[in-house]
Design a binder for this molecule. Structure first.
Ligand code: MG
Length: 232
């Protein structure tokens, strides 16, 4: 029996990475008239990774990285009009409609009758709350944690604040790096549901010694059945 079941949000409950892929394509189009000095995808990945410790996760940090990439790759030739077009991409991303995955709502509805549910998501505070409100799912979560990163220390802090024994906690998410590994390292359980698309930053390998508390399912609709059948 679990005292707390937590869900990741982006690419676990709703589509997210697809919006970033589309933004990267639009960015390529904006830069296409320029003579570029670098491989854009590599420079973009590198710039994003360098900026995460300063600006964190989310659309604002991403767009900042695109602007920085554009300045570098064009040797400062990018026009103010084109920088504005990059900023406009961020507004589209922030306003875009929420596409819930299949079976999300019935699963949360079912589980919330028997368990305490929490949403744990990283990214821009305002955007994450806005997505949850627009998703229509906020009523199923007793607690919402928008965190700057998903590390072992941050999960340990959440569990200690809520007085939850890690052995009675399970996390459901699409990222090995953020939703699964730190949770397993704490001695809790984790259900991994790979997304259709995933950001290279979130990839990680599962060490054999952590595999016992790990479950991989194909889609979110299988979560309630697995949890109901759990006898530990
Ligand atoms: Mg996710």
């Amino acid at each position: 029996m679990f005292d707390l079941i937590a869900f990741d949000a982006d690419d676990t409950l709703w589509e997210n990475e697809a919006h970033y892929e589309l933004a990267r394509e639009q960015f390529h189009q904006i830069l296409s008239p320029y003579i570029l000095t670098a491989n854009i995808d590599e420079l973009m990945d590198q710039t994003e990774n360098n900026n995460i410790p300063y600006f964190g996760y989310g659309v604002s940090s991403f767009i900042f990285s695109l602007i920085e990439t554009a300045i570098q790759a064009t040797k400062k030739q990018i026009s103010a009009d084109d920088i504005q077009r990059i900023i406009d991409i961020s507004r589209e991303m922030l306003d875009t409609k929420i596409d819930l995955y299949d079976r999300v709502e019935p699963t949360l509805q079912h589980l919330s009758k028997k368990y305490t549910l929490m949403l744990i998501t990283k990214g821009d505070l305002l955007h994450q709350h806005s997505k949850l409100n627009r998703s229509g799912l906020s009523g199923y979560f007793q607690y919402v944690e928008v965190v700057p990163d998903k590390t072992l220390e941050i999960y340990a802090d959440i569990l200690s604040r809520h007085k939850i024994d890690p052995a009675r906690f399970i996390m459901v998410g699409n990222s090995m790096r953020s939703d699964i590994l730190p949770v397993l390292e704490l001695g809790a359980r984790a259900i991994y549901i790979p997304g259709k698309l995933s950001w290279s930053h979130e990839h990680s390998e599962l060490p054999d010694e952590l595999a016992d508390n790990f479950v991989k399912l194909e889609h979110l609709g299988q979560v309630a059945e697995w949890i109901n059948g759990y006898t530990g």
